[in-house]
Design a protein around this ligand. Structure first.
Ligand code: PLP
Length: 408
């Protein structure tokens, strides 16, 4: 793969007419080392955030040994890249054939569930040809918890309600070699208290069921840094989770897991787009709602941007703040819905023929490209500069956060 120092160098070398994805392997490696060494338990990478085989290899090389996979295609991909990784099938609604292939062919032993029907499906799909039940299943019951502290809710679709959890935990305990409780507080949790609240719900479910628990999985939700969304340091999250985990009524040797997707992948990618047209404060660019900017269009996510003028200076910092202006974007398809409100702060002088680098697109960005309307093509190159923001460079001033937490 071609390697360049940064986005301006890519524009100078390629003058790209199609969007270009920029990979930053050093940033993903740094995030992996951070979780592998600082999270007080096991960190699983949630592959859905960015199912790039290159990224999965980088994470493995830097200490991530476990992978949260949610489809049989993700199981096959990760197993193909990493023959000895531990794969955990954490989607609570799976097809029987996917469970069977994962168990028999790819060595998956850990599955999540949130209903009695899913439990029975897992048991049937993993039984041997004589109908004997598998004796080595590691099963996680997913609880429904609040998403109130997170930017993207995951509270509606999956998870059993606290009131119904005890019978499912008891039934699962009967057949599981190892029993976990998992949940997801929603993506981009802006304060560690999201996990405190969820762990309290886990405590109530465990006490109600009166079963031995071997593992607590606090899921994903660990934030990254975006304009207007500056989270507290991740160490705050880890410390509070650990403290509350230690106080749970669980087996003395119970494990603590987490499943970060966004936090491990956001800094891996940015994107260069070309401005095709300007209409007042609206810029028509060549990626959008059906591409890597899916979240910018569908949930009004604000990503950081940087102007890359044709043949000019490339440093936003060099431009007087007074010359910056708020812009919205239209994507390349014929759809009115291909619109990203922003606002995206760019120099007032920006014009058709210029380029923009959109940062922090490694999570739920680069993975979202489709071929709708014939778009979605473009190069992928590697760059060596820093991402537009980072939770891992150690240069962050915790006072910048809106949600600083005292650990005393
Ligand atoms: C079960 C599960 N685990 C982990 C994740 C990753 O979440 P995040 O990217 O917020 O860390 C998701 C995201 O949808 C999920 O559904």
């Amino acid at each position: 793969m071609l390697e360049h120092p940064d986005a301006p160098a890519v524009v100078r070398a390629l003058a790209p007419d199609e969007p270009v994805i920029l990979n930053r392997p050093h940033a993903a490696a740094r995030a992996a080392r951070f979780f592998a060494t600082k999270f007080p338990g096991k960190s699983l990478y949630a592959v859905k955030a960015n199912p790039s085989p290159d990224l999965v290899q980088i994470l493995w090389d830097n200490g991530i040994t476990h992978y949260d996979v949610a489809s049989i295609a993700e199981v096959r991909m990760v197993r193909g890249v990493l023959p000895t990784a531990t794969l955990c099938f954490m989607h609570p609604v799976k097809t029987a054939s996917a469970i069977r292939e994962a168990y028999r062919v790819h060595g998956v032993r850990t599955f999540s569930l949130d209903t009695q029907e899913e439990l029975e499906k897992i048991l049937a799909a993993t039984a041997d040809d004589e109908g004997n039940l598998a004796a080595d299943l590691r099963l996680c019951v997913r609880l429904r918890v609040s998403s109130e502290y997170s930017e993207l809710s995951l509270a509606s679709k999956f998870g059993i309600d606290l009131a119904d959890a005890a019978p499912l935990l008891q039934a699962t305990r009967q057949v599981a070699d190892w029993l976990g409780v998992c949940f997801h507080v929603g993506s981009q949790a802006m304060t560690p208290f999201a996990y405190v609240q969820a762990l309290e719900r886990a405590r109530a479910a465990i006490a109600d069921a009166g079963v031995v628990i071997d593992m607590i999985d606090v899921g994903g939700g660990f934030p990254s840094s975006y304009p207007g969304m500056e989270p507290p340091p991740l160490e705050d999250y880890f410390a509070i989770i650990h403290r509350h985990f230690e106080a749970l009524p669980i087996a003395y040797n119970a494990e603590l897991w987490c499943e970060p997707g966004r936090a491990l992948s956001a800094e891996y990618n940015s994107l260069i787009v070309k401005v095709e047209k300007r209409r007042g404060d609206e810029l028509y660019i060549n990626d959008g709602a059906y591409g890597a900017l899916y979240d910018a269009a569908h949930v009004a996510w604000r990503f950081p941007v940087r102007h890359l003028p044709r043949g000019g200076s490339n440093d936003n910092a060099a431009i007087d703040v007074a010359e910056m202006q708020e812009f919205s974007f239209y994507g390349p398809t014929c759809d009115d819905a291909d619109f990203m409100e922003g606002p995206f702060m760019l120099p007032a002088e920006i014009k058709a023929g210029d380029w923009i680098e959109v940062g922090m697109l490694g999570a739920y960005g680069a993975a979202m490209r489709t071929a709708f309307n014939g778009f979605g093509q473009g190069d992928v190159v590697t760059v060596s500069d820093e991402p537009m923001a980072s939770l891992y460079t150690g240069r962050k001033d915790p006072r910048v956060s809106d949600n600083v937490v005292s650990l005393r």
